[in-house]
Design a protein around this ligand. Structure first.
Ligand code: GUN
Length: 344
């Protein structure tokens, strides 16, 4: 094996330690971050995931509400529960574990979660904001993938990145985040011709196919960064990634293991998003643009942006690197708007 292992557990532990410190700082200001997790039915994998999320919150000093609803829950009942949590000021983030029983329309449920409490980053508003480079809450798995790639010291800018899989949860947002970091991105899927050749040209390869061992050694460019998002339960009862680890690690420069790679990092990113939304100016009432001169057109632009929810609430005002819009970019956007409304 020549590849260096990207240790998801260690990275996740560091990310969670950061989250715990941020949560403690929020508590000192009188804000208690709180995540509500809804689990409908008895799906065994979902039960494990939800238990993990609740445990992570506890470890980071974050309050969580685990709300279990029966398999027979109707869509109206679930939507009513979401509406209740949406109106509850003590709840900062809402997560409905997917998949849902077949009588419930998943899309309608995601649409019902207010964007400012959408800790998964699945709502159309957050997806649209991500697509257009505005402050938003990102889906945890792709955000974690980016952190893992960057942890190797690899510069994403200018690299060939290939994402295998085009799901709304992983493939599509991973491709967008890589594009936002100036990679040249190719998204491959079940209809892609010349898949092997395309993958073998990737400096960064993200596998999110859901098929154990799908990526073989001959699909990996020597020295590439390989991120394995797959979690497939094998006939042996063990977890297997989408990448044939033995073959790929002989060729790659860096590789994530399964288990112990993307999984723990995804969970850590959920906590990261939660403390960000708990500390957002919409919750704290702080003005992140308090340095803007009073009475100026610029101030009017800021007020406009806040009323629209552009500058306030989403992205926490302190625009984090992961949300793609830096504070400097936001200030520039607002300044341009100020110039426009001033008619100069
Ligand atoms: N089911 C599998 N992955 C996820 C996830 O990231 N969020 C939610 N809500 N459900 C899931």
């Amino acid at each position: 094996m020549s590849a260096q292992i990207i240790d998801g557990k260690a990275l996740a532990a560091a990310t969670k330690a950061e989250a715990a410190a941020e949560a403690a700082a929020l508590k000192a200001k009188g804000i208690e971050p709180c995540l509500a997790v809804i689990l409908v039915g008895e799906n065994p994998a979902s039960q494990v995931y939800v238990r993990g999320k609740v445990k992570d919150c506890g470890e980071c000093g974050i309050k969580s509400l685990e709300l279990r609803m029966p398999e027979t829950t109707t869509q109206e009942e679930l939507l009513a529960k979401i509406a209740e949590l949406a109106a509850d000021k003590t709840v900062n983030g809402i997560l409905v574990q997917l998949p849902l029983p077949k009588q419930i329309d998943e899309r309608a449920v995601i649409d019902a979660i207010p964007p400012e409490k959408d800790v998964d980053g699945f709502s159309p508003v957050n997806v649209g904001r991500m697509q257009t480079g505005q402050p938003c809450f990102l889906p945890c798995t792709p955000a974690g993938c980016i952190r893992m790639i960057e942890s190797t010291g690899t510069k994403i800018d200018g690299k060939n990145a290939v994402v295998i899989g085009r799901s709304n949860i992983v493939g599509k947002p991973a491709a967008l985040l890589l594009l936002a970091k100036n990679a040249t991105v190719t998204v491959c899927h079940s209809h892609t011709a010349n898949l092997k050749e395309i993958c073998a040209n990737a400096d960064i390869l993200v596998a999110a196919v859901g098929r154990a061992g799908f990526v073989t050694g001959d699909m990996v460019k020597p020295g590439a960064v390989v991120i394995d998002v797959g979690i497939n339960r094998g006939a042996d009862g063990k977890l297997h990634g989408d990448v044939n680890f033995e073959e790929a690690s002989a060729v790659a420069g860096y590789i994530t293991p399964v288990p112990g790679g993307v999984g723990p990092m995804t969970r850590a990113m959920l906590i990261t998003t939660l403390y960000r939304m708990s500390g957002s100016p919409a919750v704290t009432g702080e003005n992140p643009y308090s340095d803007v001169p009073a009475g100026s057109y610029y101030e009017k632009a800021v007020i406009w942006a806040m009323q629209k929810g552009v500058a306030n609430g989403m992205g926490g005002g302190k625009f984090e690197p992961d949300t793609r819009v830096t504070r400097q970019q936001a200030v520039t956007m607002l300044y341009r708007y100020a110039v426009k409304i001033a008619g100069i």
